[in-house]
Unconditional design. Sequence first.
Length: 246
Amino acid sequence: MEPHKVVSQQEWMKAQTAHLVKEKEYTRMRDKLRAERLELPWVKVEKEYVFDTPDGRKTLSELFDGRSQLALYHFMLGPDWEEGCTGCSFGCDHFDGANLHLQHHDVTLVAVARAPLAKIEAYKKRMGWQFPWVSSNGSDFNFDFDVSFNKEDIKAGKAIYNFRPLDFEMDELPGMTAFYKDEKGDIYRTFSQYARGGEEGIGAYMILDIMPKGRNEKGTMDWVKRHDEYEDDPQLKAMMAGSCCG
């Protein structure tokens, strides 16, 4: 770490106070953005989607599990992949704690991937996760929601990711889509976010952002490993073995 400026307590307080003004501006802007997001138009989901789940085949409507809101995380795990995306795994490590609260606030959280259910279940067990995860294998769901792609569409400029043409070759990419189901059972796609749009849901990043070294990365998530791959941390491995991964 480069040598850093060290000042008196009085000067430190002055700098912190000045920075707080900007942080409050950011907070107010974030609140404004949230309010504007809630005013965005919705689109009705007309197509019938069916998913493979541990409890059998289920429709998109059934994934709501009795609630009116559904948060669907598009996880990067293709049919031929041997294991899940490292970055998606990093993000999903934050889901189970949040899900304890979401379930009691009219939100069902589900992950979805194109891999066959058996592969999903095996990876979920390896990671020790509890949140629901379903397979869209064999359906158009991932392609319709712009998180899975084929080479032909990418070359033709037809592949869309983050609301713009995809300009690099990739068969799977991450995202989160929000749905609402009304009393009649009609389903609406209310919002989708992709790429870095979901960073605020990654609590580890939010903590790193106030640390002296910040995120300390040369490229996005270049330091991240799946949590069972931190071989130099026996404390973490023991913790995982004795709790959620046991």
